[in-house]
Design a protein around this ligand. Structure first.
Ligand SMILES: [Zn+2]
Length: 107
């Protein structure tokens, strides 16, 4: 399962999964120590808090897939930056957000 997550996004680690009814729930977290502030480009290693995000993915073996990621909120170390905290982003989640907004127009 870790290999599957690495295909989706090499920055994510597989934590656990469980099957509830017709849905497979996969928990993942970032394996990076640091995150880059998207507003000023400073690298932060100071964690503010962790929150869960979940999204649907393509079915695996006839099971619906729900991925829960532990996203970190980081403190920006740059005093000049006008954002004190920023949310860590994953390539995978960005792609999903784009796909969802694109398909939303058609339905
Ligand atoms: Zn910043």
């Amino acid at each position: 399962m870790d290999e599957f997550i690495k295909i989706l996004d090499p920055d994510l680690d597989y934590i656990s999964h469980e099957i509830t009814g017709d849905t497979i729930v996969i928990r993942v977290a970032s394996n990076k120590e640091e995150a880059v502030c998207p507003y000023c480009g400073s690298t932060s290693t100071t964690k503010h808090r962790v929150y869960e995000r979940s999204f649907q993915d393509l079915p695996i073996m006839d099971l619906k897939t729900r991925i829960i990621s532990y996203n970190r909120k980081m403190f920006c170390p740059n005093p000049e930056c006008n954002h004190t905290t920023f949310a860590e982003t994953f390539r995978l989640l960005k792609q999903k957000a784009k796909k969802q907004s694109a398909s939303g127009k058609n339905s």
